[in-house]
Design a binder for this molecule. Structure first.
Ligand SMILES: Cc1cc2nc3c(=O)[nH]c(=O)nc-3n(C[C@H](O)[C@H](O)[C@H](O)COP(=O)(O)OP(=O)(O)OC[C@H]3O[C@@H](n4cnc5c(N)ncnc54)[C@H](O)[C@@H]3O)c2cc1C
Length: 254
C-alpha cells in the first residue's frame, strides 16, 4: 500500500441510510490517488489527535475520474470513535489525509459461484464487488444491518440472491452467521468474501467456510473482521494479533 499521504477535500456528503453516510472526497490531491483494481480497495485515514494521528481503515466505495472524486461510505455507529463522528459532521471544504489504496479481493471470472456476506462496514466493499460481477454470475449476497431503514440499493446479477437480515438490538454478526449457514450450498467452485464484526466472522463463519465446507485459502482468502465490538481500531489490532498468535500455536486452526 502506498505510504505517501494525500490530502483530499470533502466535496459533499449524502445520508444513504439510518447508519450510513457517503463522503465524496476530491480536490487537487485526487491526481495522486492511484486506483488498484480491487473491489475491496481500502485507505488509511489520518485523524489528528492530542497524541498524534489516529488511523482508521475505510473502503473506497467508488472512484469517479470525471468528477475527480472518490466516495467512502462511513457507518455512523454513535458518538464513540473518531471516523464515524467525523463523517456525520463533515462539510464541504473539510480536509482529510489518507494513505493507500491497499486491497486484496476482486471477483474471479473462473469462480463457479460467489458468496458475499457482511454487515454495514462491509456493505461498501460488497456493493462494489457485486457491481463488478459478470451478468451471468450466480451465488448469494447476505447483508446484516440494524433495521429496514439501513437497507440501500445494491446492484446485483439476477442469479445472485440478495438477502437482508436485521439484527435489531441483538449482538452483531449472530443473525449474519445464521443466515449464511441457512443458505443451500451450491455445486462447484465458490469464491468467498465475508467481513464484519470480528467475533462472528472469525469464530463462526470462517470455520464454517474453511473447515465445514473445505474451501481452500485460495478461494476464501477474504474472510476477516472489519471491527470488533467494544474495541477501538487500535484495540481491534491487538485482538487480531492475539488471534494470529493463538492460531500459530494451534496449526489446526484455520
Ligand atoms: C479493510 C477494512 C475496510 C473497512 N471499510 C469500512 C467502510 O467502508 N465503512 C465503514 O464504516 N467501516 C469500514 N471498516 C471498519 C472501520 O475501520 C471500523 O469500524 C473502525 O473501528 C471505525 O472507526 P471509528 O473511529 O468510527 O470507531 P473506533 O474508535 O474504532 O471505535 C469506537 C467504538 O465504536 C465501535 N464500532 C466501531 N465500528 C463499528 C461499527 N461498524 N458498528 C458498530 N460499532 C462500531 C467499536 O467497537 C468501539 O466500541 C473497514 C475495516 C477494514 C479493516
Amino acid at each position: 500500500m502506498a505510504r505517501t499521504r494525500t490530502t483530499l477535500v470533502v466535496q459533499h456528503t449524502i445520508r444513504l441510510s439510518d447508519h450510513l453516510v457517503r463522503v465524496h472526497l476530491g480536490g487537487p490531491g485526487f491526481a495522486s490517488f492511484q486506483p488498484n483494481g480491487f473491489t475491496d480497495a481500502y485507505v488509511k485515514l489520518a485523524f489528528p489527535g492530542p497524541d498524534g494521528d489516529v488511523m482508521r481503515t475505510y473502503t473506497v466505495r467508488s472512484v469517479d475520474p470525471a468528477a475527480e472524486e472518490i466516495a467512502i461510505d462511513f457507518v455512523y455507529h454513535g458518538e464513540e470513535g473518531v471516523a464515524g463522528p467525523w463523517a456525520i459532521a463533515a462539510e464541504p471544504g473539510d480536509t482529510i489525509e489518507l494513505m493507500g489504496p491497499g486491497g486484496a479481493y476482486a471477483p474471479r471470472a473462473d469462480a463457479e459461484w460467489h458468496l458475499l456476506a457482511g454487515d454495514e462496514s462491509a456493505l461498501p466493499a460488497i456493493a462494489a464487488a457485486s457491481e463488478a460481477l459478470p451478468a451471468d454470475a450466480v451465488g448469494y449476497i447476505v447483508l446484516e444491518v440494524h433495521g429496514p431503514a439501513d437497507e440501500v440499493a445494491v446492484v446485483h446479477p439476477e442469479g445472485v440472491e440478495l438477502t437482508w437480515v436485521h439484527r435489531g438490538d441483538a449482538e452483531p454478526g449472530v443473525a449474519l452467521a445464521a443466515a449464511v449457514r441457512a443458505l443451500p450450498w451450491l455445486e462447484g467452485q465458490v469464491q468467498v468474501f465475508i467481513h464484519g464484526e470480528a467475533q462472528a466472522v472469525m469464530h463462526d463463519l470462517r470455520p464454517y467456510i474453511r473447515k465445514e465446507h473445505g474451501v481452500s485459502a485460495e478461494w476464501a482468502n477474504s474472510i476477516s473482521g472489519y471491527w470488533r465490538r467494544g474495541r477501538t481500531e487500535e484495540g481491534f489490532r491487538t485482538w487480531k494479533s492475539e488471534l494470529a498468535e493463538r492460531e500459530k500455536a494451534t496449526p489446526a486452526a484455520v
